[in-house]
Structure formats: C-alpha cells, structure tokens
Design a protein around this ligand. Sequence first.
Ligand SMILES: [Zn+2]
Length: 278
Amino acid sequence: MSLPIHIEKYRLNLGVPEEAAQYAEIERRAKALGHKLFDSSSMRKDISTYLKNLPTVFYVETDYLFKNQYNTEEGHRIFDWSEEIYPNRDIKEGYFITSGVDELREAKNNQLACGYCGARYDASKTDAEFCHKCLDSEYLTEDSLYMLRLRNVFNENRPKGIPSFLKAAYEEGRKVFNIKQAKKKKEKAAQLLIDLEERQKLERYETQVKHDLLMVDINPDNLIYHKHSDTWSYGWRKKVTIEEFNTYRQKIADNCEHIARDEVGIAIYNKMERGRGI
Ligand SMILES: [Zn+2]
C-alpha cells in the first residue's frame, strides 16, 4: 500500500527580517499540522543540493510505518518535519509534510504490531487479536506469549496477562510446531540414507574401475576419482607429461570399459555416466 504526500521546502535566513517572518509562519503551520521538528546535522556534504533537488510529491509505503518518518516508493526517507542544522544557525533549510498528514495519522493509528516477531497488521483489515505468524515459532515460550497480542505501534502498551484464547492458540501452535518438527526429523533421516547410498554407489564405482585396471596390469595409483564432480584425473600424485598422459589414457581406453567414452577416447576428465551396469 502507498499513500501520496506533498512536502513544502524552505531555505530562509533569519538575519533577514522578511525571511524570519516567513520562518515564523512555517513554524506555526507545521505545529498546527501536529508535526514535531526533527532537526539534525546530516553530515552530508551535498545536503543543500539534495534538499534543493528533492521532489515535493512522494508515495509513502504504509506497510511498515515509523513514528515521524516514512519510507517512500521513490526510495527516500521523509520526515514529518525535517531541518538541517548548519553552523550558521540563522540559516533554516528543511521541509515539512503539507498534505497526506491526516491519512498518514490514520494509517499509523491502524498500524498494529506483534511484539514478538515485529509483524505489522492493518487494523482496518484485520480483526486479529494476536499475531498468527509466530505462533508455531521454535523459540516461543509461554512467558513471552503476551507479546503476540497486537497493539498499536505508536501509542499502546502491551498488557502482560495472557487471555485464554491466546493460550489455546499457543497450544494449537505447539501442536503444529511438533508436527513440523517430526516431519523435518523424518525428512532429515531419509536424506541421510539417500546420501549414504549415493556415497556408496560412487565408492563402488571407483573401486570397480581400479579393480579392472589392476586386473590388466595398469597401476591406478596416480589416477584419482573426484566424487563431487564425477571426474577422473591422472597425475595427482606424480606429474606426468602430455605424452605420458595420452599413453596412459589410451591404455585405459583399450582395457577398461567402466570409464565413460568421449569423442577423443576415454573421458578421464568428463563426467562419468551414472549407473553404467556397475
Ligand atoms: Zn508475531
């Protein structure tokens, strides 16, 4: 959801009587709108240029509101009333929100939050008394249950008591959590077996190839099988020349059928074909 607002910008020098009068008028209007001045020294070197170039119309994102400042769809952080503090205190530069103020206030009045997970709810769209998003959370305990009660973010305290409906929902939430945990455990155990079978399959494959090579008097000591990438490489213990490598590769190609073939002979560097009758 977004909400359109307008801001009015100003840059005035209190040393000039007319501008001082204009500033007094701005203060009067901003206060009448209910704004509280947020003045700060932003440390931005380009602050004056930034304020000069700041657009005057924005769309505030209302899903997550703050007390006196808003994120806009345009990517700006806009305050109710903001002013830069310059070393020359006579210079007053800033802006305040002139339209959309009531709508913002209403949106804030409708903004409920869960004190546990921080989820926001729009009171105009929900009848929920408590947050459902974290009811089945792993770390939620009965002691912190009261925090799930939805309260206005800006002006309501959260009572410590736990009403029976929340207690019942919590117990229901625990059940959901336990079911989820049991399912997770089962899945994890099943995955363990799958992983084991996969590892065994690869080890069987490697052993089979080495066995076949030894049977035809080819020493596989310098040949290594990389399980994670399903590739073979020769020369891992002792460096070999290209000629030696090619001779070795040809010898394997002529004698071992368990390493996959490619267009140039035996695919020592290629991925093995899984499940090739081993
Ligand atoms: Zn929550």
